[in-house]
Design a protein around this ligand. Structure first.
Ligand SMILES: [Zn+2]
Ligand SMILES: [Zn+2]
Length: 381
């Protein structure tokens, strides 16, 4: 079947992205085909397309925060049927029966090992000239009208949850909110500091507020993101361009923050958060950028001598079909504000504009693909 898709003819500058017709495969036995309605933009898409997450050969596609409607299912699919509304996430549902699943580590489900390599491999789309497109950043390529994905990547989306909210839930929101709930595990009254107040950082602030953290300190170099941090629940905001962040966090907390979270890629930021954090505290690293920048420079034994911990968290450590229904209920009850995370809406044809906007400080942009942008939400530059 033919459909429209956004692709990079070759790895390189993301401004080279084009929209053209491609062929999409029939779904495999354990796969579904999704008519993509919305796909939100994640910085991982940009890192992946430009090769910062790893080099690839051939035309590259991205888009991993998908919400849409199932149109076809493979012969072994049992979870969904055509017509079901779903979100599709890089997080995969575990089998629930293997040892990793039973001991709370569904990420390491043994049934996924056979399809483990999801990144930088040929995906389900082929250019008209016969070149197979590479899925650069997850087990699917969502900047397309149709895409295939393994059944384990799906979670059903309730009828009252807008597609764009489903897209944001599929990665950006869970990466911040989930990291706070599942990894930080803040007790009421404990202090929390987050470096980076974009979509992930603000979701982390929502998680900290939900957990009863106090104070909540947002750190960012962009004044508009600090304003957003206050709206989402930060009690204090710090701009590294205007103050010594470590000194200020210590002044606010007295002993350093109980919990530190790094929600943005950047050299020296993990070191800085280690210094902002109490001797008994924990730093959780969520933001990552270029592979070559990912060394925790200047860490030494004395950083850990008194028990301080440094750990990572991918995709909020969520269990897909346990946590997404909870988040949908919280959204419905207005306990979390995902609408305010969404910045601008674009069509698939405007993908380049959308990527540029995302790189210029937008919180989270939405690409509308299979349905029109609602009139009241339309982006008017
Ligand atoms: Zn993402
Ligand atoms: Zn399992």
């Amino acid at each position: 079947m033919k459909c429209k898709a956004a692709l990079m003819p070759r790895m390189g500058d993301y401004h080279d992205i084009v929209v053209e017709d491609v062929y999409v495969d029939e779904p495999g036995d354990e796969e579904v085909q999704i008519h993509v309605m919305t796909c939100t933009i994640c910085h991982s898409d940009i890192h992946a397309l430009t090769g910062e997450h790893g080099e690839y050969e051939g035309p590259g596609m991205a888009g991993h925060e998908i919400a849409g409607i199932v149109t076809k299912v493979g012969s072994k699919v049992t979870y969904v049927k055509p017509g079901d509304r779903v979100l599709c996430s890089e997080v995969r549902q575990g089998c629930g029966q293997c040892i990793p699943c039973m001991t709370g580590h569904p990420w390491h489900c043994t049934s996924h090992t056979r399809t483990e390599k999801l990144f930088r491999i040929p995906g389900c789309h082929t250019r008209m000239n016969g070149e197979r497109c590479i899925q650069t950043c997850s087990g699917t390529s969502g900047f397309a009208e149709y895409s295939n994905a393994h059944e384990s990547m799906l979670c059903k989306l309730d009828d009252d949850i807008p597609f764009e909210i489903g897209s944001a839930l599929a990665c950006g929101f869970m990466s911040g909110f989930g990291a706070v709930l599942n990894r930080c595990q803040i007790k009421p009254g404990e202090s929390f500091a987050v470096c980076g107040c974009g979509g992930v950082g603000l979701s982390a602030i929502m998680g900290a507020k939900y957990s009863g953290a106090s104070p909540i300190i947002g750190i960012d170099t962009m004044p508009e993101k600090l304003e957003a941090a206050k709206r989402f629940g930060a009690t204090h905001v710090l701009n590294p361009k205007e103050c010594n962040v470590v000194e200020e966090v210590w002044k606010i907390t007295g002993f350093g923050a109980d919990h530190g979270l790094v929600a943005v890629a950047g050299k020296g930021l993990k070191r800085q958060m280690m210094d902002c954090t109490a001797e008994w505290g924990q730093v959780v690293v969520v933001g990552h950028g270029h592979r070559r920048d990912e060394f925790c420079d200047e860490l030494n034994y004395f950083d850990f001598l008194k028990g301080k911990r440094l750990t990572g968290c991918v995709m909020g450590g969520v269990t897909l079909r346990r946590d997404i229904p909870k988040y949908m209920e919280m959204y419905r009850n207005k306990q979390i504000d995902i609408d305010s995370l969404l910045t601008n809406r674009f069509t698939l044809d405007q993908i380049r504009e959308a990527l540029v906007d995302s790189c210029s400080g937008a919180l989270k942009d939405v690409v509308y693909i299979g349905c029109p942008i609602p009139e009241d939400l339309a982006h008017r530059p």
